[in-house]
Design a protein around this ligand. Structure first.
Ligand code: PRP
Ligand code: URA
Length: 206
């Protein structure tokens, strides 16, 4: 399932992020705000269970979230989505997977991985603003499935049709959430119109 979060607040902020004159501070803040807004929709189907509580009026059974949630940013750019989601799910644990894309071959290379032990029973939200060829997301999900993860959602800001198709073929069980589905990849593997290099724009490198 692919969900595109067409909401005016998200789209407006994403348009600001796309503008080439938007500087690092604003870019990072806008990404953080979009991540928070996306969380509402991403969590729509998270299971709840009835618990016994007491209000000032007496005992009652009410619903609370029933599953552990783990955020797994794909380093570096995925870090830009963590704080916004954490504001709404402050108890979420965080795992990390480091990936960089070879600029020539576009192949992903893993350089770091560390996950909470509950990865096999949790809802795992894999985070990366950009889904271009899909190589990094597919490799990250391969890794966490090897460690027992079963329930996985992929959360991205901007996707290319090529990356969405590749990810759906490789991991049909993984739901994909996007703020926008863009037109295409260019000849050097960047999303068009996209927003450029997300990691560099978040962290001020380059
Ligand atoms: C970017 C982006 C994704 C990947 C997407 O990361 O954040 O991880 O490229 O491309 P793909 O779908 O073709 O794999 P990059 O490798 O530039 O590393 P960074 O996050 O450290 O900047
Ligand atoms: N990685 C990015 O940061 N941007 C793209 O457009 C493609 C991959």
């Amino acid at each position: 399932m692919v969900t595109i979060l067409n909401h005016p607040l998200i789209t407006h902020k994403l348009t600001q992020m796309r503008m080439k004159e938007t500087k690092t501070k604003d870019f990072r803040e806008l990404l953080d705000e979009i991540a928070e807004l996306m969380t509402y929709e991403i969590c729509r189907d998270i299971p709840t269970k009835k618990v016994d509580i007491e209000t000032p009026m007496g005992p009652t059974k009410q619903a609370m979230i029933d599953r552990e949630i783990i955020l797994i940013p794909i380093l570096r750019a995925g870090m830009g989505l963590v704080n916004g989601i954490h504001r709404l799910i402050p108890t979420a644990k965080v795992g990390f997977i480091g990936m960089y894309r070879d600029e020539e071959t576009l192949e992903p290379h893993e350089y770091f991985a560390k996950f909470p032990k509950e990865i096999d029973s949790a809802i795992n939200l894999v985070l990366d603003p950009m889904l271009a060829t899909g190589g990094s997301a597919i490799a990250a999900i391969d890794n966490i499935k090897k460690r027992g993860a079963k329930d996985i959602k992929m959360v991205c800001l901007v996707g290319a049709p090529e990356g969405v198709k590749a990810l759906q073929e490789a991991h049909p069980d993984v739901d994909i959430y996007l703020a926008a589905l863009d037109e295409k990849l260019n000849e050097i593997g960047y999303i068009v119109p996209g927003l450029g290099d997300a990691g560099d724009r978040i962290f001020g490198t380059k």
